[in-house]
Design a protein around this ligand. Sequence first.
Ligand SMILES: [Zn+2]
Length: 305
Amino acid sequence: MTKTKSKNIITLKQALEQAEKGKFAIGSFSPRYTDMILPIVRAGEKTKSPIIVQISQKELDRYGITPAEFGDVFYQTMKDEKITVPTVLHLDHTKELQVIKNAIEAGFTSVMMDASEHPLDKNIEISAEAAEFAHSKGVSIEAELGMIGTTDYIETDRDEELYTNPEEALEFVNRTKIDALAVSVGTAHGVYNVRKPTVDLDRLKAIRSLTPVHLVLHGGSGVPAEMIQEAMKLPNGGISKVNIATDLELSLLKALNREERMTNKECKKLPALEREVGQYAVQQTVIDKIENFLASANHAEDFQL
Ligand SMILES: [Zn+2]
């Protein structure tokens, strides 16, 4: 089923071109539970910020959600809430082309193929195939080069880390034709218990000097705001998308006094009042990120839609 998209539902490429120009970054927020899509888009509307709503293949599996179900709730919420800010529906880390196809069918306007565990040539081959498919459907694509580490196996199952090589990035972007590149420059998925996050600005500058591809930072939860803001303000376009997942779920679980994650089904069975308390906590976390971390508040009006 092809969804009728209102004009503020845009591709990642449209969103990041504008963010680079304005020297801000757009948060790519993972609700993990379909009921948490609502507080993310509300936070975008309240702060007049462009916003990205994302879910990864592993999250879909872990929480028991299909791309079709996620897409349906997203489009229904956008309509019911009369959301007007520029919004991207993005499929985060995905390994299988079939899942990408299902997401595009479900109305996602952006997808990520993560073949970063393969050697360069194989990564290029897999990412290029996905890019060709996504572009044929008018959808943007992100891919990853180098390996972003993780302390939390929910988004990916990576435990190695390898910084992105700038010369390889140039070759990767040229041969795959991707729109956005997830770079490994010192951040990691999950919570930073063991080590401190860093952002290798020299490496980012070297990548930027070689290619105009949009740059994406994963593992945004827990990274100091000044660090992100320096990375956003690089001449000729810095980081324009920051993925944030863990902090949202932590604020949800804290508000519910829970230690354990839920499945999507369990979340949907919460009593209405509890669900609202959880949604409010997530909304406040997203607003805080937008205002104090990404500097994307009031930038919705930069977009000519
Ligand atoms: Zn990631």
